[in-house]
Design a protein around this ligand. Structure first.
Ligand SMILES: Cc1cc2nc3c(=O)[nH]c(=O)nc-3n(C[C@H](O)[C@H](O)[C@H](O)COP(=O)(O)OP(=O)(O)OC[C@H]3O[C@@H](n4cnc5c(N)ncnc54)[C@H](O)[C@@H]3O)c2cc1C
Length: 386
């Protein structure tokens, strides 16, 4: 936010290291993502060539410590997510899938051997990981998954299907969650294992500069050492999802801020009825409402980040942030699109691209309804999921 839009001096709540990181990621977004994003989006291209740049910036597994990971704080990770998503949600999603989902699964639930084998290569961007939880018939209710892993002597053999799995067609390893005789377990599956097949889903109207896939697993045979030893039950994937949801709380505000800034500058320049659009009272009201929600959303993200840093973060905190910030961000992006008039439907302006991306962001990592039900349960003590 610039000086006139940072209505509460939110910037003063960040340390100088946090602000320096913000500036570094912002300048990467300005130099590498902004000039190309319209083309990538229109052509539905994920720019794999910038993975190494993101690794060099310390964006992969950013908040993990040791094993070659950057070891930055929760707030620093959030700030990076916000700056990346001001560029495009698809690029923030890459960092989220790699760091918060695939690397976190190994970091939280893996053996020392698994961590040493995979995390340094993933932090360096040499190995891409994906995270396969959702299935064609198991989305909001992952406990109903049908993918099954059976023991066969010293091996595990997995059969099943996964859907919407980010990066799967370019990943070298997949974290696959499967039912076993012992409940849900996680497996590290090299994607060149016979029987593993990932097919990109398309055409999409959202997240066009990123990849999501269907995965088929047919008699995928793995060594006994492929299971994540410390993940038993749905707690395993849920702990990783909470990491990714945390990044979204910040990221959504990045998309909202970029849309807002676009429309502030457009409405100052564009003349209708003999004066700038920004000089009309109805326009000012829209800009003010956007700025209020962005300032509130930033404070919310920062409070959740400080709770995370203090080790006090609870699942309902995450739901407050994900539900509110996605809901407000998508509204801001849609309003900004309308304020651009006809020009707003072209890729020359970011708000409709952001709004379309946020349709995915409000759906993945728990839909609006799922987070509402989590909060409803927290407030009333009555689960209303089924
Ligand atoms: C771009 C994108 C990237 C993704 N990346 C990944 C990934 O990397 N890995 C992965 O495992 N998954 C991924 N997903 C999947 C995502 O997490 C699921 O789409 C999400 O959990 C919702 O599941 P679903 O699409 O099956 O919808 P459903 O669960 O079928 O829900 C459909 C609608 O019903 C509502 N609904 C469901 N249950 C209830 C209820 N109890 N009460 C009221 N309403 C309800 C939902 O809120 C939603 O509006 C991704 C999805 C997208 C779109």
């Amino acid at each position: 936010m610039n000086e006139t839009s940072d209505l509460l001096n939110v910037d003063s709540l960040f340390s100088s290291e946090e602000l320096a990181l913000r500036d570094k990621v912002r300048s990467f977004v300005d130099g590498t993502i902004r000039p190309n994003i319209a083309t990538w989006y229109e052509q539905a291209v994920f720019p794999a060539e910038i993975i190494k740049d993101m690794a060099e910036l310390g964006l992969l597994g950013m908040h993990l410590k040791g094993y070659g990971c950057p070891g930055r704080s929760a707030v620093e990770y959030g700030i990076a997510a916000m700056e990346l998503e001001a560029g495009d949600s698809g690029l923030r999603t890459f960092v989220s899938v790699q760091g918060s989902l695939a690397m976190s699964a190994i970091y939280k639930h893996g053996s020392e051997e698994q961590k040493n084998q995979w995390l340094p290569q993933m932090a360096a961007g040499d190995v891409v990981g994906c995270f396969g939880l959702t299935e064609p018939t198991a989305g909001s209710d992952p406990g109903s998954m049908k993918t099954f892993a059976r023991r066969d002597g010293d091996s595990w053999v997995i059969n099943g299907s996964k859907r919407w799995i980010g990066l799967a067609s370019i990943a070298q390893i997949a974290i696959i969650w499967a039912m076993t005789d012992d409940g849900v377990r996680g497996f590290i599956v090299p994607t060149d294992t016979p029987g593993f097949e990932a097919t990109p889903i398309g055409p999409k109207l959202s997240m066009r500069a990123s990849i999501q896939c269907d995965i088929e697993l047919r008699e995928v045979r793995l060594a006994s050492t492929s299971v994540l030893p410390n993940a038993k039950g749905l707690r395993g994937p849920f702990e990783c999802l909470n990491e990714a949801r945390y990044g979204i709380i910040w990221g959504a505000m990045g998309a909202a801020r970029d849309s807002y800034e676009t429309v502030v500058s457009y409405s100052r320049e564009r003349l209708q009825f003999d004066k700038p659009l920004a000089g009309h009272q109805l326009t000012q009201e829209k800009l003010v409402n956007m700025a209020l929600e962005i300032n509130k959303g930033m404070l919310l993200a920062l409070q959740i980040g400080r709770l995370k840093e203090a080790g006090q973060l609870k699942p309902h905190h995450i739901s407050v942030g994900k539900l509110n910030n996605c809901r407000e961000a998508i509204q801001i992006c849609r309003d900004a699109r309308a304020m651009l008039g006809g020009n707003g439907i072209t890729l020359d302006y970011s708000p409709l691209r952001h709004a379309n991306n946020l349709e995915s962001v409000r759906t993945y990592e728990g839909t609006d309804e799922v987070h509402t039900l989590i909060l409803g349960n927290h407030i009333t003590g009555i689960p209303a999921f089924r």
